[in-house]
Design a protein. Structure first.
Lengths: 230, 230
């Protein structure tokens, strides 16, 4: 399906916000769109970069894989850019992106993206600030995670999920999307068992409730207060 | 020094700003001279502007949770300094200290933003620069957690070559400009392991290590070792 930037209602999208109408038309012309079922890989670490992806709908995890170990470094949803890591001199993806649920992802070829950045100075400026924030967030994560206790790591993971996807629109304490328990461990950077124990302990303290697969947050203030990574 | 008559053609301001804007730069740029071993700014300081290294060499350090100052970046002539402060809270997450006597140019924030908004090539460069920094930073993190000592030393030598290059008029002597203790900090291994690996590389005829100077014999082999990721 063709998704046109000119008539798009994703108002937080950088292209929508910062590109001129003429450029939106040009970007739409070159843009392609693909559907990925849950579990499908959008790009893999080591692949050459040919353009930039943007999530039209759905949810994606960005992971690094070392041998057997998978570490989730980012959760992303609609309107967000995908595959910006690796831009620069090397132009090879350092990470892998996998759909968490059925997702539609658009793709803009790299030369069109570059021209759009160069021609729309506000777009370029905002992209630079976006990367600056990503750099800071990444370094903060690296600096802190090493010293965190298991429970603190799981709290950080829960807050990461809340900040990425928020709460359900019909039930404001239920997580809009609860990743699998295995994925939660990958976000926290702990083993599966450690994460299960930490969730159990949070449940015992009435901070969360596990409703089957889903997680309900009873005490958001507690999580926010004890999240050492913001 | 007036940017328009500057001979440093690698400087990103010189390269990516329009001539009319270079004139504007002169009005608000201040020149600062530092001798070796001086702090340019410290972690937690308020960010008031951005620095450009006109000449000299600087190390950028970050305090990890075990309160060790880790060298996370090396920067030389023509490069940006203090860009990690350009995020939402505008305080430096890192410290910078000169390795050799250096001349820095300081451009206040609001003027730098004005430059970015009006020079598309400059903001494009800065975007790509941040993208590279993000990749390098995450690579460096993996270096700390995953790599063998040989890989650590090889990739640090490569990173030093990328930052400072070879000594003037030399084709094989690495422009180290730092003590061995700084080098071992950068490579994230002990001094003892560092000298063992350097001796080992010398035996393999990849480098020649004499009088604490490194002469690279086979840069290709060095990069091969550095890239055996995972």
């Amino acid at each position: 399906m063709k998704r046109l930037c000119e008539i798009c209602t994703h108002y937080n999208c950088f292209i929508n916000k910062y590109c001129s109408p003429e450029w939106k038309t040009l970007i739409s012309f070159h843009k392609t769109s693909m559907l990925y079922p849950a579990g499908a890989t959008i790009f893999s670490a080591g692949d050459p970069i040919k353009g930039i992806f943007q999530i039209y709908s759905g949810k994606i995890k960005v992971v690094t894989i070392d041998g057997e170990k998978e570490q989730i470094i980012r959760l992303a949803k609609e309107e967000q850019l995908l595959g910006h890591r690796g831009f620069g001199k090397k132009m090879i993806y350092p990470v892998t992106a996998i759909a968490l649920e059925d997702s539609e992802v658009t793709f803009i070829p790299v030369d069109v993206f570059y021209s759009a950045v160069k021609a729309n100075s506000e777009f370029a400026f905002q992209m630079m600030l976006f990367y600056a924030d990503e750099l800071n967030a990444a370094e903060k994560r690296m600096k802190l995670t090493a010293g965190l206790k298991a429970k603190e790591k799981v709290i950080v993971a829960l807050m990461t999920i809340i900040r990425a996807f928020g709460f359900s629109s019909t039930d404001n304490t239920l997580l809009e999307y609860t990743p699998t328990r295995k994925d939660i461990a990958s976000i926290a950077g702990t083993t599966y068992e450690t994460m299960i124990r930490a969730l159990g302990s949070l449940e015992k303290s009435n901070i969360i409730v596990q409703e089957g697969k889903a997680i309900r947050v009873l005490d958001l203030a507690y999580l926010e207060k004890h999240c050492l990574l913001d | 020094m007036d940017c328009r008559s500057c001979i440093n053609k690698n400087c990103f301001i010189n390269k990516y700003c329009l001539n009319s804007w270079l004139e504007f730069v002169q009005n608000f740029k201040t020149r600062k001279l530092f001798s070796a071993g001086l702090k340019v700014f410290s972690e937690g300081d308020l960010v008031s502007g951005i620095y450009i290294i006109c000449s000299g060499k600087v190390k950028i350090t970050m305090k990890t949770d075990d309160s060790i100052e880790r060298i996370i970046r090396l920067a030389g002539e023509g490069q940006v300094l203090g860009h990690r402060g350009m995020s939402t809270n505008m305080t430096y997450p890192i410290s910078a200290e000169t390795l050799t006597s250096s001349e820095l140019a300081d451009i206040p924030n609001e003027d730098f933003f004005k430059l970015l908004r009006n020079n598309a090539d400059l903001s494009f460069y800065m975007m790509m620069f941040f993208a590279d920094e993000l990749r390098r930073s995450e690579q460096k993190y993996r270096l700390r957690t995953l790599k063998s000592v040989n890989e650590k030393v090889a990739s640090s030598i490569c990173m030093i070559i990328d930052a400072f290059g070879y000594k003037e008029g030399e084709t094989s002597e690495v422009d180290l400009s730092m003590k061995l203790s700084d080098f071992s900090n950068f490579a994230e291994i002990s001094m003892l392991s560092l000298s063992n690996v350097l001796k080992y590389f010398s035996r393999l005829n990849i480098i020649n290590w004499v009088d604490n100077e490194i002469y690279v014999i086979n840069e290709h082999a060095l990069r091969e070792i550095a890239q055996t990721e995972r």
